[in-house]
Design a protein around this ligand. Sequence first.
Ligand code: ATP
Length: 221
Amino acid sequence: MLEVGGLTVTLHGITILRSVTLTIEPGRIVGLIGRNGAGKTTTLRAIMGLTRAASGRLALEGEDLSGLPPHLRARLGIGYVPEDRRLISALSARENILVPAWAGGLADAEARLDGVYTLMPELRELAARPAALLSGGQQKLVALARSFMYGSRVLLLDEPFEGVAPPLARRLVRAVREFQEHRPGLSVLVAESEVKWVRLLTDKIYSIERGTTAEVPAPTP
Ligand code: ATP
């Protein structure tokens, strides 16, 4: 269970997050929906440890994460897909997937990569292609695959469906679902500005507005 409670983030003297609170039970996918500038990226970065929280509680299975640097959070099994993907253009698709694993000294990186290729076989064909020569959609798949290398307990996805055509959006939905089938306790947080594709993954949705979250009641069937 990932618990975020009363998370506050201040950047350059401006309060960006004011009491972000959400819970993701093991095996659950949760949406975080808000307009541009609402605070989605800052929330995910704060969970990953890339942005410092001024106050609040952040715990994974009861273990306090707040003092841990990002690489140790990754090592606990938290995978992250940043909004801008952050691929290294000169490196191949395969190398981009492996970079965090190499940097973190993962002993079973190749075995994990084989597992990722089983879920996304199209990446095996793109393995040698430099990231600079991949389409935007292919880059999204590579960034998702990279997060799968570490995300055994939590996946944080920042606007994975933004600017994506429907066939690729459906492909991403299927990849996340299938990955979760292989990781039964996995908690997933999907930040998006629109609820459309997120609804295919979950009915547990939080809204975020001006840095404050609220749970949105599930639609009645
Ligand atoms: P978007 O989809 O546009 O990225 P978002 O919901 O992810 O929106 P954030 O990127 O978290 O929103 O930004 C929330 C607010 O914090 C915005 O008003 C933004 O301008 C501000 N902000 C983000 N990063 C910084 C920073 N480094 N310094 C100052 N303000 C920032």
